[in-house]
Design a protein around this ligand. Sequence first.
Ligand code: 13P
Length: 252
Amino acid sequence: MPTPLIVANWKMHKTVSEAVDLVQEMLPDLRVIPEIQVAVAPPFVALSAVGVVLREAGLFLAAQNMFWEQEGAYTGEISPVMLRDLGCRFVILGHSERRQYFGEGDGEVGRKVHSALQEGLVPILCVGETLGEREYGKTFEVIERQMRGGFEDIVLDSGEELVIAYEPVWAIGTGKTSSPEAAQEVHGFIRGLLGNVLGEKVSEKIRIIYGGSVKPDNVDALMAMKDINGALVGGASLDVDSFSRIVNFGRD
Ligand code: 13P
């Protein structure tokens, strides 16, 4: 079983000082759980300051996006080299909000995944269907396309170098979560795809985490599923009590 991974995606919330206050408030609850990995993805501008606090506590820093080049004339972009330098371990790539609002396609996401791996970052590749795609029975087709686009020709030494986040778009920020069984069905499908491309041994070690309205009251049932190895948490990760309960999944 891979080590469970819980990632807080703070999206475009919190100034630098607010982010530092929030992570400091969370620390006492987060550092007492040695058997899971916890990562926090604050906005770019807060990576440095939040990273200092996390590092001291043995927790991981994650970025929410990056460009694929190492450096160059790309005004406004952030490179994987810069993220490594700040101590980032993970980078979220292809989040549905990037695909929806910033026009990112599978090709761009794939280039970013390659570049992240090359620079020693662990990409968290996000995939997920819209409500319309689900209703038309296209869920598996969409996931397969996003998976193939996201990591074509990738060679991994170990499954720990890659994380897949299944985030059904209709469940993000809506309070509607996928049922644990429906999520497991897609996670199992993703595991199968990974097995076909990378071999069963590597695929078993890859964390496939679930995102989309993960809350204290649904995390236990989701995490009890065989192929759900963690959670990518948006709204509930901005609240100290909620996030603390989520990282303590399965306990009373
Ligand atoms: P919510 O937990 O707010 O639904 O957001 C999920 C998400 O998009 C995490 O990346």
